[in-house]
Design a protein around this ligand. Structure first.
Ligand code: AMP
Length: 191
C-alpha cells in the first residue's frame, strides 16, 4: 500500500475542506504546506484499517518536524520506520522529468520525452484518452519545489542515516532500473 501526502492534499483541495482551502495557494506556489495540516491529514488516513500491515509513504516526511511527529505516532502504535528511501536526481533532470509528465484518468503515468503511450493519445493500460497534467508541474513551480526540498527536506537524509534506516538510490538511471532497485529495497524491509 502506497500513500502520498500530495494525493491526500490534492483530494482535500478538490473537496474544499478547511485544510484543502488553507493548503491550496501554498501548493500552487510550490511551497510546503504546514506540518500541522499535513500531519492532521496523514494521521486521519493512517487510522484506517487498510494500512495496518505497513505502508510506503510517498512525499512524507518533508521536514524534521514531520519526521519526529511520525516517529512518535508510530511509537504509540508499537511500530517504527523500516527504511527511508532517498531518490537522488540532479536538479536539471528533475525539472525536465516533472515538467514533462502527465497522467491518464486511470492513474497510469506518461512523459513527453521518456514514456509515450504506444498509440499516441491512447492509454496503454485502460485505452482511455483523458490525460491531465498537474498545475504545479510547470518549470517555474518545480524550481520552487526544489528550493523547498533543499532547504527543508534534504536535512532528513542525515536524520535517517543517524537512525540507520537510510537507503540512497541513484535515480539518474532508467525507469526500469529504478523500479527494480525500489522493489528490492521494499521487499527487503517488508515485515
Ligand atoms: P507531491 O505530490 O508530493 O509532489 O506534493 C505536491 C505539493 O503538496 C507539494 O509541493 C507541497 O505543496 C504539498 N505537500 C505534499 N506533501 C507534503 C508534505 N509532506 N509536507 C508539506 N507539503 C506537502
Amino acid at each position: 500500500m502506497q500513500l502520498s501526502t500530495g494525493d491526500l492534499l490534492r483530494a482535500a483541495v478538490a473537496a474544499k475542506t478547511p485544510a484543502g482551502l488553507a493548503a491550496k495557494a501554498v501548493m500552487a506556489a510550490g511551497g510546503l504546506v504546514s506540518d500541522e495540516i499535513v500531519l492532521a491529514i496523514l494521521n486521519d488516513r493512517l487510522s484506517k484499517p487498510d494500512v495496518a500491515a505497513g505502508v510506503v509513504l510517498d512525499g512524507f516526511p518533508r521536514t524534521i518536524g514531520q519526521a519526529k511527529a511520525l516517529d512518535s505516532l508510530l511509537a504509540e502504535k508499537g511500530q517504527k520506520i523500516t527504511a527511508a528511501i532517498s531518490l537522488e536526481v540532479d536538479d536539471a533532470a528533475m525539472v525536465a522529468r516533472v515538467s514533462g509528465r502527465y497522467t491518464c484518468a486511470c492513474g497510469e503515468g506518461y512523459h513527453d520525452e521518456f514514456k509515450h503511450p504506444s498509440t499516441a493519445g491512447v492509454c496503454d493500460k485502460c485505452g482511455g484518452t483523458a490525460f491531465t497534467r498537474r498545475a504545479d508541474d510547470n518549470a517555474e513551480t518545480v524550481r520552487s519545489r526544489l528550493a523547498a526540498y533543499h532547504a527543508q527536506t534534504a536535512p532528513l537524509i542525515s536524520y535517517y542515516d543517524g537512525k540507520d534506516v537510510l537507503e540512497r538510490l541513484d535515480a539518474m538511471r532508467s525507469i526500469a532500473e529504478i523500479r527494480q532497485n525500489l522493489h528490492a529495497i521494499i521487499v527487503g524491509v517488508a515485515v
